[in-house]
Ligand binder design. Structure first.
Ligand SMILES: C[S@@+](CC[C@H](N)C(=O)[O-])C[C@H]1O[C@@H](n2cnc3c(N)ncnc32)[C@H](O)[C@@H]1O
Length: 227
């Protein structure tokens, strides 16, 4: 099945609300687990004042988990949608504001150098972000600009199913009890996402082939490594 683009930014209030209200805890926790496992595997620890950037953080679920898990590191969630960041900021408790903040940044403009971000990350994570990009090379080029040398990468996203019928089947299987708007969004995301082969090629083209990409389950692939 050919890829069908969806809008990059999520800005429609009802869509943002439905996304922020949904329970993605299983998938969210897997990003944190993958980071923990990778750190252990390569014998690295996160140090005080290390910077973790959550790219296209949406309502901040993953940024929050990371900030709670490593309260001594700085976590910044970036997203181009003010509507999403408003949701993220609503959930910021006093204790979290010490090491978690959000920045309104449109990621393509980092890639094209329209804006310069005055910080570099020790860890870059993303979840369900890549498939939003109409030009995925912009996502990878932004990451290259944002990461320090030896930056750790953990990225997770949906895999595009083989057919529209399969995408429909997956939507019904995984979101049967969810609100219609969330189901519609999930279906659009499945159709906009990439195959593991396409992502592998993107990494080669971006000069990031040291990162490992692999299928995790029926829905997701992960990209893990250090550059
Ligand atoms: C499906 S949500 C994922 C949110 C979050 N990472 C999570 O896992 O819950 C995708 C997010 O990517 C953001 N986004 C898409 N394209 C973007 C861009 N070009 N620059 C910044 N943010 C972008 C959207 O606004 C939206 O918040």
């Amino acid at each position: 099945m050919k890829r069908t683009l969806e809008p990059e930014l999520m800005q429609i209030p009802s869509q943002v609300r439905a996304y922020a209200d949904a329970d993605f805890s299983r998938s969210d926790s897997m990003v944190v687990n993958s980071l923990e496992k990778y750190l252990k595997k390569v014998g690295r620890t996160l140090n005080q004042n290390d910077l973790v950037l959550d790219m296209a953080c949406g309502p901040g679920n993953i940024a929050e988990r990371i900030a709670k898990n490593w309260p001594f590191v700085n976590v910044v969630g970036i997203d181009g949608s003010i509507e999403m960041l408003n949701e993220a900021e609503k959930k910021l408790s006093e204790s979290l504001t010490r090491n978690l903040s959000y920045e309104l940044i449109e990621i393509n403009s980092i890639a094209t150098s329209e804006i310069h971000v005055p910080f570099k990350a020790d860890v870059l994570v993303s979840n369900s972000a890549l498939h939003h990009f109409h030009y995925p090379c912009n996502f990878w080029n932004a990451l290259k600009k944002l990461g320090k040398t030896k930056c750790i990468h953990i990225h997770r996203d949906l895999i595009r199913p083989a057919s529209v019928g399969k995408a429909f089947e997956i939507k019904e299987k995984h979101l049967s009890n969810s609100p219609e708007i969330l189901k519609k969004d999930f279906f659009a995301s499945l159709n906009a996402s990439f195959t593991v082969e396409e992502v592998t090629q993107q990494l080669v083209d971006a000069g990031l082939s040291q990162l490992e990409v692999f299928q995790v389950d029926e829905l997701y692939f992960e990209i893990i490594g250090c550059i």
